[in-house]
Design a protein around this ligand. Structure first.
Ligand code: ZN
Ligand code: FE
Length: 268
């Protein structure tokens, strides 16, 4: 299976999971899209690459993740998977923690069907879910490269717990988030942790990547653990920065997380 980005809006990626095991290499290949905020770039890609859309996966209810569902399903009878606890027009399969989604038409080169496990990761929205596959995670607007989603509906404690669950995935796990926010996230991360060598190196690398017009996503859990301040609230340097900013001592990692998340909200 290949996972490729379809750029949408200013900075969204609609991830496309493409079958690698088609018997007829010249025939149309099956694919699945994740969080299609708009339909037009998806339709253009299907046409250009000779692909058949077989399912849609949704991580949460925001319009920039769901806006394309109606148009994409108007002339297709395909399953649309999404979180059970959010009202999303067009979702046909409501998912909860631990559910498995079997994408029968999307297979590896060796013919193994793509199976995804559902993880509930509230915080950005109350019902946000992630799809965990073999070696990768589709995590919507929860964990970003060098950052995390805003707390629109959930509490800092919920978001922190959700990020910790993602952080506990194997370090080599590829992280497919929905936005290319990496460079601005890195600027903020450096303001929190200026002496983190891994972060300084990453900033050079990711700026070079963007300079060539390439995506900085996917990232990996290992890279995020080393450089993402929102996964590093237990580090003394980050705690000290958060305490300086709060003007008081902070007694647990959730308070540190809440402080740096609040700082990021007003960071330019
Ligand atoms: Zn969102
Ligand atoms: Fe979004």
């Amino acid at each position: 299976m290949d996972i490729v980005p379809i750029p949408a809006f200013a900075d969204n990626y609609i991830w496309m999971l493409v079958d690698s095991a088609s018997a007829d290499p010249s025939g149309p290949r099956a694919c699945v899209v994740v969080d299609p905020g708009e339909a037009a770039p998806v339709e253009a890609t299907l046409l250009r690459e000779n692909l058949t859309l077989n399912a849609i996966l949704i991580t949460h209810h925001h319009a920039d993740h769901t806006g394309g569902i109606a148009a994409l399903t108007q002339h297709r009878n395909i399953p649309v998977y999404g979180p059970a606890t959010e009202a999303i027009a067009g979702v046909t399969h409501a998912l909860v923690e631990g559910d498995e989604v079997s994408l029968d038409s999307v297979r590896s080169k060796h013919g193994e069907v793509c199976k995804l496990r559902v993880m509930e990761i509230p915080g950005h929205t109350r019902g946000h879910i992630a799809y965990v596959g073999d070696g990768f995670v589709l995590c919507g607007d929860t964990l970003f490269a060098a950052g995390c989603g805003r707390l629109f509906e959930g509490t800092p404690a919920q978001m922190h717990a959700s990020l910790q669950r993602l952080a506990a995935l194997p370090p080599e796990t590829l992280v497919y988030c929905t936005h290319e926010y990496t460079l601005s996230n890195l600027k903020f991360a450096l303001s929190v942790e200026p002496d983190n060598d891994a972060l300084v190196t990453r900033s050079f690398d990711d700026r070079a990547t963007r300079g060539q017009g390439a995506p900085t996503v996917p990232t990996t859990i290992a890279r995020e653990l080393a450089t993402n301040p929102f996964l590093r609230c237990d580090q003394s340097g980050i705690r000290a920065q958060a305490e300086r900013h709060a003007g008081t001592s902070l007694h647990n990692v959730v308070d540190v997380f809440a402080s740096i998340r609040a700082q990021k909200d007003v960071f330019h």
